[in-house]
Write a protein that binds this ligand. Structure first.
Ligand code: GDP
Ligand code: MG
Length: 437
């Protein structure tokens, strides 16, 4: 993956100590290849690499005590910049009802995004209504109605009417039923075609949306630039929702969007459930791409669970290191937090670890691990390094597992401990203050 490639590049740099011009050239070549293979638009790659290289080649970087770290920091900065620097919130206007229109190709995830957006707005105290203006796909209105009723948001279907009439009708309906936001779900085609573009333009003219959001599938490769540019020309839009970022999309297309259109990415959609729409933060995304782990995301996720202890534990681990007790707590709360995968994916190197395990995490392993940790002494839990071969055998007997299970637990702890160490040094580096010049 892109993260793995970039991480390998950084690891090579870190292994060097002092850097020469040739090291930079070769690192930039690696980065260029990695980005191109991830489907980032070639012009975007060219500019990105040129800018990054220029910043890395200064004597300030080359002669510093930690040149590799400086290079990583510069790549992170530039990647964040490429993704839009700062978050771009969805701002609703004062008009009642406010109208949001979604555009994009068929299958890009418009209908799913419409529902998620409705759900998000509802949680913020709004009362949205969904308009089913896709009249071509036979079951489109049914799909929207079913999803709408799941989240208890009404859907205006206007059966039999044309899309423009449905969009207009939905606004009247909103006024009649005291709804303050209308989300218009439109039809798409598999490819750009004139009829689709014209229809989008006509709906836009008819309802004068306050916001037009374009939905883009993260798995779209190079072609994304054409699609997005065409929509930008014909209907214009205010921002982008990137869908299906939970899949194994290379996501490179998404990296090009901001640079090519100048339009901000506002949300990312990370699954099929209504609550999986997230505000897009360029810096967090850049860190994720660089495999630096989404520390803030993890802490937020913990906060969502209103579990203050979690946050404190995470902060303490960053400060003091990772013990078996932490591992036990982590495993227990991971179970609670619903799935190891999403959390592991946020940890530095976590995605890689997941892939190595074949992406299949058997959560029953948790229970075995728990039994093994329970069989350790307090000393061993605090400092697992002291667990020798004899003790491993004893722990295996004590918890009814094979010695190889104990070995893999120890290995797992070792990996986690290493990750925590990496994360710690990164938070120190990124956290400002110590960014020595
Ligand atoms: P539309 O044609 O643009 O309205 O696209 P849909 O909303 O109908 O989505 C097409 C398919 O992609 C459906 O099977 C959705 O369940 C799926 N989908 C949409 N968004 C996501 C997402 O964020 N993650 C995943 N995994 N699937 C998604
Ligand atoms: Mg649809």
């Amino acid at each position: 993956s892109l993260s793995e490639r970039l991480n390998d590049t950084f690891d090579r740099l870190r292994g060097k100590g002092r850097l020469t011009e040739a090291d930079i050239v070769s690192a930039m070549r690696d980065i260029r290849m990695a980005l191109l293979e991830a489907d980032v638009n070639f012009k975007v790659v060219r500019d990105f690499v040129a800018k990054t290289k220029e910043r890395c080649s200064t004597s300030e970087v080359m002669d510093s005590l930690t040149p590799a770290q400086n290079v990583v920091k510069i790549v992170l900065d530039e990647l964040t910049e490429l993704l839009g620097s700062t978050e771009s919130k969805l701002v609703l206007g004062n008009r009642i009802p406010n109208v949001i229109m979604l555009v994009g190709l068929q299958g890009s995830g418009k209908t799913t995004a419409a529902v998620k957006l409705a759900y998000l707005l509802k949680k913020q105290g709004r009362s949205p209504i969904l308009a089913a203006a896709d009249v071509y796909r036979p079951a489109a209105a049914d799909q929207l109605s079913a999803l709408g009723s799941e989240i208890e948001v009404p859907v205006f279907r206007g059966d039999g009417a044309d899309p423009i009439e449905i969009a207009r009708g939905s606004i009247r309906e909103a006024v009649d039923t005291m709804r303050d936001v209308v989300i218009v779900d439109t039809a798409g085609r598999l490819q750009i075609d004139e009829q689709m573009m014209q229809e989008a333009v006509d709906i836009k003219r008819a309802v004068k949306p306050d916001q037009i959001l374009m939905v883009v599938d993260a798995m779209t490769g190079q072609d994304i630039v054409n699609v997005v540019s065409t929509f930008a020309e014909r209907t214009d839009f205010d921002g982008v929702i990137i869908s299906k970022l939970d899949g194994d999309a290379r996501g490179g297309g998404a990296l090009s969007i901001r640079a090519v259109t100048g339009k901000p990415i506002k949300f990312v959609s990370m699954g099929e459930k209504p609550d999986s729409l997230e505000v897009f933060y360029p810096d967090r995304m850049a860190k994720r791409i660089l495999g630096m782990g989404d520390v803030v995301g993890i802490i937020e996720k913990a906060q969502e669970m209103a579990d203050v202890e979690q946050v404190e534990a995470a902060e303490r681990m960053l400060r003091e290191g990772f013990t078996m007790n932490d591992m036990l707590d982590q495993m227990r709360s991971l179970k609670k937090m619903g799935g190891m995968k999403s959390i592991l994916g946020m940890l530095p190197g976590g995605q890689r670890a997941l892939n190595q395990m074949g992406g299949n995490l058997d959560e029953r392993v948790f229970d075995r691990n728990e039994a093994m940790i329970m069989s350790m002494t307090a000393q061993e839990r605090l400092n697992p390094k002291i667990v020798n071969g004899q003790r491993r055998a004893r722990i295996a007997r004590g918890s009814g597992v094979q010695p190889s299970d104990v070995n893999s637990l120890m290995k797992q702890w070792g990996e986690m401990n290493k990750m925590m160490g990496k994360m710690r040094s990164m938070t120190n580096q990124m956290g400002g203050g110590k960014r020595g010049k």
